[in-house]
Ligand binder design. Structure first.
Ligand SMILES: NC(=O)c1ccc[n+]([C@@H]2O[C@H](COP(=O)([O-])OP(=O)(O)OC[C@H]3O[C@@H](n4cnc5c(N)ncnc54)[C@H](OP(=O)(O)O)[C@@H]3O)[C@@H](O)[C@H]2O)c1
Length: 328
């Protein structure tokens, strides 16, 4: 039986998720890439142990994380019935449905049929009775919002998830979902959005609206899938996400404009005396989201990224410079 470090809860800050009773670690761990049956199992064990030893008890999954889809949930299931057997109540486990998961008309989007069937599958893969937070993974333009929200309400009522959330919904869609949930007698705990120095979209009203309604915010892809580590400045390194067929980062997305911005940010990180990845995470940590989801492939990346907790506060001059670089 694995025993976690007794100092773990002193090693990270916990922040309230909206106006709920839930506290989340300022940095959390996402299992989108690198936690499947095809990945290095020794490294997975080291990363999961290190995360929990450092208080990173919020683990983010989705039905389709792998490859193959479902594999990341199976990996976590193995730990939940093994090393983490006694830790269920110390972990905050999330999953999602809405992207393509199985063939046919019920394998994706936002129908009641998809959301409830998919969660049942996720629970089996993770060997759990319930998850802590279940997200609708993306808005569905063709399913009435009433149906999607009704399914989320019933999932909570059935005890299959303690809380529910939404991901990638626009400002308008989010506002509608929050109001509808309230009319139906439940609340949205969190919104999960792409947010990084290179993707400032949530600054255009989403964060403000979530704060107004007391809903938490969970930032994903904080390093723009690794681009904000500076690793692509000299080309596409072997083993990097952009080099792998199974990675969701296409080399074509790393445009000249992005490279120019990353290069300028890299110089600023050097001046601050920290790696660019650490600075990019610290910038989010010192900003608006409740928590930020780390995506890591190695223990070394995880250790480096958790150092963002110790980064110096940004001066106003640095914030202005970052805005000039990234918003131009
Ligand atoms: N709701 C949604 O629709 C949605 C979408 C995407 C992600 N998410 C969630 O957000 C989590 C994080 O997203 P993400 O994986 O895209 O995060 P990210 O931090 O933007 O990218 C992570 C990748 O960057 C590279 N990296 C990380 N730290 C590094 C370091 N210190 N030095 C060099 N390279 C480093 C690694 O890729 P290499 O393989 O190149 O080393 C790593 O896998 C996911 O696991 C998932 O839980 C949610």
């Amino acid at each position: 039986m694995w025993t976690p470090d007794s100092e773990r809860y002193q090693r990270i800050e916990y922040r309230r998720c909206g106006i709920s009773g839930v506290l989340l670690p300022a940095l959390s761990l996402g299992l989108w890439h690198n936690f499947s049956e095809q990945d290095d199992q020794r490294e997975i064990q080291k990363m999961l142990h290190y995360a929990i030893d450092h208080g990173v008890v919020h683990l983010d999954l989705a039905n389709n994380y792998g490859p193959p889809p479902g594999s990341a949930e199976k990996t976590l299931g193995k730990y939940l019935s093994g090393d983490f057997f006694n830790l269920r109540d110390e972990l905050f486990i999330t999953t999602k449905a809405g992207w393509d998961m199985w063939d046919g008309p019920y394998g994706n989007w936002g129908s009641r049929k998809h959301l409830i069937s998919s969660l049942d599958q996720s629970l089996k893969r993770m060997q759990l009775d319930y998850v802590d937070l279940y997200y609708h993974h993306r808005p569905d333009p063709n399913t009435p919002l009433e149906e999607t929200m009704g399914a989320l309400r019933d999932i909570v009522a059935q005890g299959k998830s303690l809380y529910v959330g939404i991901s990638a919904y626009s400002v308008d869609e989010t506002e509608k979902a929050i109001h509808m949930a309230s009319e139906m007698g439940f609340s949205i705990l969190a919104h999960q959005m792409s947010y990084s120095m290179l993707n400032r979209e949530p600054d255009n009203g989403l964060f403000d609206m979530l704060q107004t309604h007391g809903v938490g915010s969970v930032a994903f892809a904080p390093l723009f899938q690794g681009v904000l580590s500076g690793k692509y400045l000299g080309g596409i390194p072997q083993d990097s996400r952009a080099s792998r067929d199974t990675g969701n980062l296409q080399a074509a997305w790393i445009t000249e404009d992005i490279q120019k911005k990353v290069s300028q940010l890299h110089s600023l990180a050097e001046q601050r005396g920290e790696p660019l990845a650490q600075m990019a995470l610290a910038w989010i940590l010192q900003g608006k989201p409740t928590t930020t989801l780390l995506g890591v492939r190695t223990l070394e990346q995880l250790k480096n990224n958790l150092n963002a907790l110790n980064s110096a506060p940004f001066s106003q001059e640095e914030i202005d410079l970052i805005n000039t670089i990234t918003l131009s």
